[in-house]
Design a protein around this ligand. Structure first.
Ligand SMILES: Nc1ncnc2c1ncn2[C@@H]1O[C@H](COP(=O)(O)OP(=O)(O)OP(=O)(O)O)[C@@H](O)[C@H]1O
Length: 717
């Protein structure tokens, strides 16, 4: 942002009748002095001012058009190409050389004015700025009797009401002219042609002082749109260069205007006096209201005077004795103008095409993200802190359930959770791999022991057979009788206590029992007489009742909670679908918008209604999702309670069994009866199956999975 006062350059019109007695010009000190001797008719006591002295940024006398351009326009053109808007305006009495300065003459090339010279320089610069794509547009307006006329709109009558254009301000306070024609010019020639087109359409009124003088204000504007060719951005720099040829500032009485011309002159003076008021207001620091809206001229030049433009005013004076008053008036106004500070800024706009592409990309990415977050229970609470040990355990339980097939789906709440779950899966995989290794080791050991044991048993049988034949010979036949006495049904009906749930049996490597020895007989008798299932049921009804009841109660509660979570999940899904539908509706509405509506973020009633509904549904979704979350935690807790109580019950049963029968439950090797197949076990049915059987199945399933994993690992290696 550059804050700088408006620059003022004084240009004198060359004349053979220069008022040397009255006007003193010092170009090196940029000074203009005026002396008007006191009127003798005013008497001895005369307060009439005699001398005026003015200092300006530059005072130019008898300079060429080229020098004029170099001093006043060259830098402004360059800064317009940088993105700053600029204004060069010519002010002065009729005939002082405003049009000559602004447009110049068509008779001689060297007399061309600022507008054609600016166009030339601009196109030269544009041709050299390869890294930028610069679009040049031209507009030409005339303000005549407070009416705006577009000089590029064909030939129009000066006061044709239908040609009225409107001055508007956008949301950034930038001034625009509605319905104004901006001709895009690709070449310098095209742009130069616009000057002539405008000139032919310019309204010229007959005037007493100068036939050619204009009674209107003319604003020629070069519009630039600068895009970078190097980086892809939706930002477009927009800048304007106004070249303003103001109407003559002379007073009405002097022109001797009559009728229609008088009306014109009043309008001119009015709009110039409004311009003066704006300048006065801006030059006084304490003034906060600037009366821009009083006239079309001040409204149109709002950016140029006290706004965000780099502005130069050229005060054209006609240094002849006849025009001394007008000269003083022009120089006074010019001095005021020097007190006005402008704050030049680079103006940007967003290119709708690039912006649309960017939005499309953004929408795509957001949709992906949304899909990820769709199940997010509480969107506002995404955090990226580390999971606490409790949370990690929760995720571990979830991962286990998923691996065990207890749940088929995981509702992710955040990316953080996805990450954590991945860690947990890895941990589980590592642990399982270790387990498999250990189990394989134990199994190999067992096989070895079994082989040794088998060999020994075979030997013992042979010996026993030998003894038996001896006994038969003696008429006892005990061996066979004992064998038959073992009740087969009882063996099969032994209680279905999973072996895995009891402590691992230590391999009894050194126990070599002689068949028929007293210890072995005692053990065999015990096994034969104990029905595990009956014993376990008996235990559960009496000593283990408290634990068994707790398990039953928990299983009931689990059932209830599972039903509840099912219902709330359904509700959640319904709301999710409703949200999806509303979003689709909203997308559709937004797709039907035009670019202006998108840029101005215009929302109609229906869209607002959809947004409200969406907000409401999202709140409901949050509540239900929270309920699901709470229920899940409850279910996990109940599940853990069941497992824990079951372990306690089984341990107590083992103690009780040992006490009662003198052996461990594990000493009885028997298959489970009515063993449900793994395939038949589903979450829904699991509550109807004996929990112990279920635990066994799960354990078995786990081992199978471990073995599968092991195989897979071997396969991969
Ligand atoms: N610096 C100059 N060198 C040569 N001729 C000039 C110069 N300034 C003005 N003139 C001549 O003076 C005449 C009046 O100038 P011009 O039409 O530019 O005045 P103006 O201020 O624009 O008047 P109006 O307010 O009527 O538009 C023209 O013939 C123009 O060629």
């Amino acid at each position: 942002m550059v804050k700088a006062p408006i620059k003022v350059v004084v240009r004198t019109r060359p004349t053979a009748n220069f008022a040397y007695k009255n006007i003193q010009i010092n170009e090196s000190s940029n000074y203009v002095g005026i002396n008007i001797p006191k009127n003798a008719e005013s008497g001895y006591v005369n307060h009439q001012q005699e001398n005026w002295g003015f200092h300006f940024d530059k005072v130019l006398q008898n300079v060429s058009q080229e020098v004029m351009f170099d001093v006043c326009a060259k830098d402004i053109v360059l800064s317009v190409l940088e993105g700053y808007s600029g204004t060069i305006m010519c002010y002065g009495q009729t005939g002082a050389g405003k049009t000559f300065t602004t447009t110049g003459t068509t008779t001689d090339y060297k007399y061309r004015g600022l507008i054609p010279r600016c166009i030339s320089q601009l196109f030269q610069e544009v041709g050299q700025r390869y890294e930028q794509q610069i679009t040049v547009g031209v507009s030409y307006l005339e303000i005549y009797n407070e009416l705006l006329t577009d000089l590029l709109a064909g030939s129009v009558a000066p006061n044709d009401q239908t040609q009225q254009l409107a001055i508007q301000e956008d949301t950034n306070g930038r001034v625009h002219v509605k319905n104004q024609i901006i001709r895009q010019c690709k070449t310098e020639e095209e742009a130069q042609a616009m000057i002539f087109e405008g000139e032919t359409n310019r309204t010229i009124s007959e005037h007493k002082l100068n036939k050619n003088s204009s009674r209107s204000h003319c604003v020629f504007t070069i519009h630039l749109e600068i895009r970078s060719r190097v980086e892809s951005t939706e930002k477009v720099i927009i800048s304007k260069l106004h070249l303003v040829d103001l109407a003559g500032s002379e007073r009405t009485k002097k022109t001797g205007s009559e009728g229609r011309t008088l009306l014109e002159a009043q309008f001119i003076n009015k709009s110039l006096s409004f311009l003066e008021q704006v300048v006065v207001a801006l030059s006084e620091k304490q003034r906060d209201h600037i009366p821009y809206r009083q006239s079309k001229l001040t409204n149109l030049l709002k950016d140029s005077i006290g706004g965000n433009s780099k502005t130069i005013m050229i005060a054209n004076i006609w240094p002849e004795a006849d025009h001394l008053e007008e000269t003083i008036s022009t120089l006074k106004f010019a001095t005021r103008m020097m007190k006005v500070a402008n704050e030049a800024t680079i103006q940007l706009k967003l290119d709708p095409t690039v912006l649309l592409k960017k939005y499309e990309k953004e929408i795509k990415e957001l949709k992906q993200e949304l899909a990820m977050h769709d199940t997010l229970a509480n969107r506002g609470r995404i955090t990226y802190d580390q999971y606490t040990p409790e949370q990690q355990y929760e995720q571990q339980v979830l991962a286990k359930k998923f691996l065990d097939g207890e749940i088929d789906d995981i509702e992710f709440e955040s990316l953080r959770q996805v990450k954590e779950l991945f860690f947990q899966f890895r941990n589980l995989y590592r642990n399982l791999a270790k387990d498999i290794e250990n189990k394989n080791y134990i199994e190999t050991k067992r096989d070895q022991q079994d082989t040794i044991q088998k060999k020994k048993t075979d030997q013992a049988s042979k010996q026993q057979e030998a003894v038996g034949s001896e006994e038969n010979k003696n008429g006892f036949g005990l061996g066979k009788a004992r064998k038959d006495a073992r009740p087969q049904a009882n063996i099969e009906n032994l209680v279905n206590i999973p072996k895995d749930e009891f402590p691992e049996q230590k391999p009894q490597e050194n126990v070599i029992e002689k068949p028929g020895s007293p210890e072995k007989s005692k053990l065999d008798n015990k096994i034969v007489n104990v029905d595990k299932k009956v014993a376990y049921q008996d235990f559960k009804d009496k000593e283990g009742k408290e634990y068994n009841d707790s398990i039953v109660k928990n299983i009931e509660a689990l059932k209830e909670k599972k039903e509840e979570i099912k219902q709330v999940t359904n509700l959640c899904n319904d709301i999710k679908n409703e949200i999806e539908n509303l979003k689709l509706k909203l997308d559709k509405k937004q797709a039907n918008k035009n670019q202006e509506e998108i840029l101005q973020r215009i929302i109609d009633e229906e869209e607002y209604e959809i947004m409200q509904q969406l907000k409401e549904k999202k709140n409901y979704y949050k509540q239900y999702a929270q309920q699901v979350k709470d229920l899940k935690s409850t279910i996990i807790i109940i599940d853990q309670n069941i497992i824990h109580t079951k372990n306690v019950l089984l341990n107590k049963f083992e103690e009780w069994f040992q006490k009662k029968y003198g052996i461990s439950v594990n000493d009885i090797e028997n298959p489970l009866i009515n063993q449900p197949s793994e395939e038949n076990i589903t979450d829904n049915k699991s509550e109807d199956i004996d929990p112990d059987a279920l635990a066994y199945i799960k354990a078995k399933k786990k081992v199978t999975q471990l073995q599968k994993a092991r195989k897979m690992e071997k396969f991969k290696n």
